[in-house]
Design a protein around this ligand. Sequence first.
Ligand SMILES: Nc1ncnc2c1ncn2[C@@H]1O[C@H](COP(=O)(O)OP(=O)(O)OP(=O)(O)O)[C@@H](O)[C@H]1O
Ligand SMILES: [Mg+2]
Length: 178
Amino acid sequence: MQPLLRIDNLDVQFHTQEGIHQAVRGLSLRLGEGETLGLVGESGSGKSVSALAVMRLIPNPPGKILGGSISFNGRDLLTLPIEEMRRIRGNEIAMIFQEPMTSLNPIHTCGDQIMEPLILHQGLSKKAAQERALELLTMVGIPRQGLREYPHQLSVGIRHRVMIAISLSCNPKMLLSD
Ligand SMILES: Nc1ncnc2c1ncn2[C@@H]1O[C@H](COP(=O)(O)OP(=O)(O)OP(=O)(O)O)[C@@H](O)[C@H]1O
Ligand SMILES: [Mg+2]
C-alpha cells in the first residue's frame, strides 16, 4: 500500500544576509494512514520548515525548496497548481502552527475563525457552522463563552486549543502539529 505522505530527499534553503542557509537537507520519510510520526530535533533543526514545505508555505523569498519530492495520497504536492494546493490545505492537510498569535486573526472572535472554514470549505450554513464550532470547542475543552472571545483575551494554551479546533474542523486526512 502506498503511504499517505512520502517525502524524498527534501532540501530547503534560505537566502539570508549572512549567505545561504541550508534549513533542511535530504529529509526522507513515510507516513501511513492512521499512523503518527514524531520529528525530534534541537531548535533550528528544521522541523517547522519541513512541515511548512509540505503545506507549500515556505516564504519565497527568502526560502526555496531546492530539491526532493513530497507526495500526498499519490499526488506530487510540489508540482500541483497553486489553486489545487489551496484546496488541499485545510481540507485534506491541516497544520497547527507553532505560533498561535501569528495565525489567529486578532480582530475576529474565535467563534468566527472556527466557523469560517466550515462555511467556506464545507458549505455549511451559519447556524450549522455555529453548532459545529461549539462541538469543536467542547472537544478541545473550551467552554461555550470561548466562541465570543478574541485571541488576545485567551491564554497561550487556550489559543493553541482554538487552533487545534480550527485544524480539525474540516476533518483533514493528515494533521501536522508543529
Ligand atoms: N523565514 C526564514 N528566513 C531565514 N531563515 C529561516 C526562516 N525560517 C526558518 N529559517 C531557518 O531555518 C532553520 C530551521 O528552522 P525551523 O524553524 O524549521 O527550526 P525548528 O526545528 O522548527 O526549531 P524550533 O524547535 O525552535 O521550533 C533555522 O536555522 C532558521 O533560522
Ligand atoms: Mg519550530
